[in-house]
Design a protein around this ligand. Structure first.
Ligand code: CA
Length: 228
C-alpha cells in the first residue's frame, strides 16, 4: 500500500521535530507547515490523507483553516491539537469539520492511535454519511449540527431525527404513518398531527419562506417529500 501522507500544521518547532521524526519512523510521509496561511494552501490541494492541525497558529487560526477547507469541499480528515483548557474551541472545532482533537500535552501513542483510526475511515463514505449539503442547508450528522446560510440552526433531537430521515429518503413520498413509525418509533399511528407540527417547525427554521416551502413539500393526501 502507498505511504499515507500527513500534513502537519504546527508552529511549535520542537513539537514539529518530534512529530515529524516519529511519524516518519511509523512509515508516514510527512510535510510540515509552521503557519496557517501556508498550511491551508497546501491542504487545499487535497493530496494529503490526513491533516494534523494546531489550533493557535500565526497567519490563520486552526478553526479558520478547518472551516475553509470544508467549505471548499476538502474532506481530508483533520485531527486538531488544542491546548489544555480550550474546551469551547474543541466543540467549535468539531462543528467546523474537524474529525477529532487531542489536547496538548499528549502521549505519542495516543496521537498515533487517533491517526490510525482516522486513516481507516474511507474518505468517500465519510462524505456520504457524515455531511449533507443542499443550497443554503448543511447538516453534519456526526456532530448533529445544522447550518442555514452559514449560521448554526438550533433544532431539537426529534427535529434532527426527522430531518435526517427526510435527507436519507430524499425524493421519496413519505406518509405521516411511515414517519411516525420510523422517526417516532410508534407501532400504531396515534395522531398524525404530530408529524405536521414538527414539519412546520423544521420549515420555520430551514425554509427561506416557510409558507412557500421548497425543501419539505406537502403532497395532499399522501404525506411529505424532501426535495433538498
Ligand atoms: Ca500553536
Amino acid at each position: 500500500m502507498a505511504e499515507k501522507r500527513i500534513l502537519l500544521i504546527e508552529d511549535e518547532p520542537s513539537l514539529v521535530l518530534t512529530l515529524r521524526d516519529r511519524l516518519r519512523s511509523e512509515g508516514y510521509a510527512v510535510d510540515a507547515s509552521d503557519n496557517g496561511v501556508e498550511g491551508y494552501e497546501r491542504a487545499l490541494d487535497g493530496s494529503f490523507d490526513l491533516v494534523v492541525l494546531d489550533l493557535t497558529l500565526p497567519g490563520k487560526g486552526g478553526l479558520d483553516v478547518c472551516r475553509d477547507l470544508r467549505q471548499h469541499g476538502i474532506t481530508t480528515p483533520v485531527l486538531m491539537l488544542t491546548a489544555r483548557g480550550q474546551v469551547v474551541d474543541k466543540v467549535i472545532g468539531l462543528k467546523l469539520g474537524a474529525d477529532d482533537y487531542l489536547t496538548k500535552p499528549f502521549e505519542m501513542l495516543e496521537l498515533l492511535a487517533r491517526i490510525e483510526a482516522l486513516l481507516r475511515r474511507p474518505a468517500d463514505a465519510r462524505l456520504e454519511t457524515d455531511f449533507f449539503q443542499s443550497g443554503s442547508l448543511r447538516v453534519d450528522f456526526r456532530s448533529t449540527t445544522v447550518w442555514r446560510n452559514g449560521e448554526v440552526v438550533q433544532v431539537s433531537a426529534r427535529e434532527f431525527k426527522l430531518l435526517r430521515y427526510f435527507i436519507e429518503h430524499r425524493g421519496e413520498t413519505l406518509s405521516r404513518e411511515e414517519l411516525l413509525k420510523k422517526v417516532w418509533e410508534y407501532q400504531k399511528a396515534p395522531n398524525t398531527r404530530t408529524v405536521d407540527v414538527h414539519v412546520a417547525w423544521l420549515r420555520q427554521k430551514l425554509e427561506e419562506d416557510p409558507h412557500n416551502p421548497h425543501l419539505i413539500l406537502t403532497l395532499q393526501g399522501l404525506g411529505y417529500r424532501f426535495e433538498g
